[in-house]
Design a protein around this ligand. Sequence first.
Ligand SMILES: Nc1ncnc2c1ncn2[C@@H]1O[C@H](COP(=O)(O)OP(=O)(O)O)[C@@H](O)[C@H]1O
Ligand SMILES: [Mg+2]
Length: 430
Amino acid sequence: MAKIEGFRVKNFKSLKDVALGRLLTQHKNEPLTPMTAVIGKNGVGKSALFDAFGFLADALKSGVEEACDARGRGGFERLRAQGQTDPIEFEVHYKASVNARPINYEVKIEADESGRPHVLSEVMDEEQENEVPRCFLLLTKGRGVVWKGSQGSQVYETAEGFNLLEVSKSLARSIIKEKKLEEFKDAEFIELEDRRKLGIATLGALKQHPRIAAFRQFVEGWYLSYFTPNAARGLPLAGPQRHLNVHGDNLSNVVQFMEREHSERFQFMLKEIAKKIPGIDRIETERTADDRLLLKFNDKGFQDPFYAQQMSDGTLKVFAYLLLLNDPTPPPFLCIEEPENGLYHRLLETLAHEFREHASHQEDGSQVFITTHQPYFVNALDPKEVWILDKGEDGFSTIRQASDDPVVNNMVAEGLPLGGLWYSDYLDAR
Ligand SMILES: Nc1ncnc2c1ncn2[C@@H]1O[C@H](COP(=O)(O)OP(=O)(O)O)[C@@H](O)[C@H]1O
Ligand SMILES: [Mg+2]
């Protein structure tokens, strides 16, 4: 399955410049672990980082103008890091499969004089072994070039290694501006009709551009959980649905789908899940007269079962997460904000192990990205899996990997739990 190796955000809310893992310009960094957790106190930018993924997914789906206004984001100027005039920028470094060459996607978004956002530029590169990367999409102000199939151009040839990427990109941009296409043999000149839409949305629908299509599908498959237990308690209209939606209000529909399409697997899953939720003996389904499925939880101490509508927030939440992890066609990237809310601490450690176990299946497991401020969750993690967000003197977020500090690595190696270290301020910037 596809994996994100690195991610960079610039000028988005408090994230003036925050980078995690491996990027085109930082290709010596280690790629992100299959499970990544971002920790930090209140107000350091955890939600901003979570929303950076959400924003990018929304922008692909409905364009940057709509994405700036969606989910209460409040428009471009509220999103741009305060006091900054540079574009908002996202960079995703990813691999379409275990053996694929890493691909880097970079997009910049700015606004016109009246504050309406549009795409400033999009660049896609394919890393090469022991060679400069090959660019295969270069769009600037709605115009640019794209290379078909597996072609590309080492537009960076003139640059000395990766550090001069920006220089060579702007050189390439000026060539496109003057339409001197002979500089880009094998490339096709393109012009977008609507500058609020991402180029990858359009080009990613074409067979001629398999790398862009794969990336588009990858981002479309991201699952960002805005799960609220109350939503999951609703009694939606009957009808099986394949995947849990972002709010979790189709939990019963997914249960119906699983029961119908994967009956044996589903029964097995219910048994497994029941084992992992303390106090729960059995989980069963009951068909109502109007053909809906009710979820029944058998509590150890009680004779009569409880229905989802009566269950605790924590139980419902863990049930929904475990159901997600057991999806027969799981999303490639699973992003969960503060899974701890409403969960008992033991359950949290179980959940952390479940997420990690799931993420470690290279071929078919989702990559898991979590933001949290719960030490118990962090206890179950390795320093390489944990990134610490902080707020700098200037009010903007900074990030570092817990494993950057050898003292922390040593303490964890000696058996001290990472969450405990964080709790006692050991992980604070020194
Ligand atoms: N456009 C912006 N520029 C700079 N800072 C911002 C911007 N928008 C919000 N913030 C700040 O970002 C901080 C991070 O918030 P948030 O991501 O919700 O933190 P967390 O989820 O870690 O508690 C808040 O303190 C908020 O004031
Ligand atoms: Mg938050």
